[in-house]
Design a binder for this molecule. Structure first.
Ligand SMILES: [Zn+2]
Length: 470
């Protein structure tokens, strides 16, 4: 039994949960459930990123105390995660006093790699970031996301000296000490590392009040990185606790838009702390609405809670874990979702369970105790985080059992009184289905439980279809 630590990216709580968050949670949970099935001891982290000017401003606009605003949003995310069937063991809120204190201790430990410098440049208050001169020119001085002129700002910030760690990070990636999935993102990251300047990790208090104070400098507040990225270890109790049982993380799941921070700034911080790097960084794609990026201005944002409420958890996890490629961008349309539900979940799997359980009951068939084994091909795909491909593999098996029933025709064996052959046939089919069901468990935990209950002696077909057609 191994100790396995898996993490999800912590969302910034100035808005509602969206499909990108859902992908992160579903993938990490699938990984966690698979590891538990292998007999490992798993911790799965989740949390919320609750500091920053945007959150502060939003609370002000809504005229609610900011503490209340972030608390409500954290609860909303927790409800959402539970609704997705995610079995997390640890939850971190970055406004927790324990997290804040630990961040300050981490800052102090990194002090040799931190320096103060004056910065001047173009800034968008909406994005809460400086833009390069090149970006300024390309956008003609106006932020395309906020339709506001960039302002010229001069301020002092603390910086983390990435250059202290760049060579080591490159070595860790190239040697496979920290693996990036999918593999093709590696090259992109290696190139980015070479071009990465030192990173600003604080803001003056006049610019940012809602954040963790920089220890030893009342005039500065931590900005994003040390506060947010540290969550993965503060939730384990670092630095006062020895975290060696669960750190390094086995797998950290992130959206592809934030992979670069996790592959550059995060390893730099860990190296500065003398901690090992995560074993795997897994970057997943985005869900598109009918081929387009979802955005409020286009008005094509799909609310995951609505999809969940309409179709239920199994249908949700089925679509997004199988039909959305684990690594690449993929499409969601209500039509595709309905098709997958009716033709695949209801027809392929739901009918199969019904059909086989009915045949078994009618012929008083009882299953023998057998030790089921996970096929090597499935394990290989799951171990390399190719979840959508693993799910495809399982589905091939589902369709294969349906074909076998048609070919072996157990009903005519029964009719002809060939009871030995019938028993052998039903044994083969039920063992195959139970193996499939075991492989389905990390993806569709509730459906898998139901199928397991149906195929426990005495076999009893479900009274209601497992997946009622919509
Ligand atoms: Zn902006």
């Amino acid at each position: 039994m191994k100790n396995i630590y898996i993490t999800t990216a912590i969302p910034y709580v100035n808005g509602a949960p969206h499909l990108g968050h859902a992908m992160d949670y579903c993938l990490a949970d699938t990984c966690a459930r698979y590891q538990k099935m292998l007999g490992n001891n798993v911790r799965l982290q989740a949390g919320t990123d609750e500091h920053g000017g945007k959150i502060y401003q939003k609370a002000k606009d809504l005229d609610v105390p900011v503490e209340e605003y972030v608390k409500e949003n954290a609860e909303r995310f927790q409800d959402f995660i539970r609704q997705l069937g995610v079995e997390y063991t640890d939850y971190v809120r970055t406004t927790d006093s324990d997290h804040e204190r630990r961040c300050q201790e981490i800052w102090n430990k990194l002090k040799d790699h931190i320096y103060l410098e004056k910065y001047e440049g173009w800034y968008c208050a909406g994005c809460e970031r400086f833009v390069t001169d090149k970006e300024y020119e390309e956008n003609h001085g106006i932020c395309p996301d906020h339709q506001k002129s960039y302002e010229h700002l001069e301020e002092e910030n603390y910086y983390l000296r990435l250059s202290d760690f760049k060579d080591e990070i490159v070595r860790a990636i190239e040697s496979g000490e920290m693996e990036i999935a999918p593999y093709y993102r590696r090259r992109e990251i290696l190139k980015l590392i070479a071009d990465s300047p030192d990173v600003s990790i604080s803001r003056p208090r006049e610019q940012l009040t809602w954040g963790v104070p920089v220890p030893g400098d009342e005039s500065q507040v931590m900005y994003v990185w040390i506060d947010a990225l540290s969550n993965y270890i503060t939730v384990l109790g670092y630095p006062e606790k020895d975290i060696a049982d669960f750190w390094p993380a086995y797998a950290q799941f992130v959206g592809k838009d934030i992979l670069r921070f996790h592959a550059i700034i995060w390893p730099a911080m860990l190296m500065g702390l003398g901690l090992p790097l995560p074993r795997h960084l897994i970057s997943h794609g985005m869900v598109l609405a009918d081929g387009q990026k979802m955005s409020k201005s286009i008005g094509n944002v799909v609310d995951p809670v609505e999809v969940l409420n309409r179709h239920g958890l199994d249908a949700f996890r089925y679509y997004f874990l199988r039909h959305v490629d684990t690594f690449a961008d993929a499409d969601y349309t209500a039509e595709k979702f309905e098709d997958a539900y009716n033709n695949e979940l209801a027809n392929d799997l739901g009918n199969l369970v019904q059909r086989l359980a009915t045949l078994a009951k009618k012929n008083n068939f009882e299953m023998d105790e057998v030790e089921l084994e996970l096929p090597a091909e499935y394990k290989q795909l799951m171990d390399s985080f190719e979840f959508s491909k693993a799910f495809d593999y399982v589905w091939d098996k589902v369709q294969n059992i349906n074909r076998r029933i048609d070919e072996e025709k157990p009903w005519s064996l029964a009719k002809n009184g060939e009871s030995e052959k019938l028993k052998k046939c039903l044994t083969g089919l039920t063992n195959e289905l139970l193996t499939v069901n075991m492989m389905l468990a990390p993806f569709l935990p509730t459906a898998s439980e139901k199928i397991k209950a149906i195929f426990t002696n005495p076999i009893e077909p479900p009274e209601q279809p497992l997946f009622p057609k919509s």
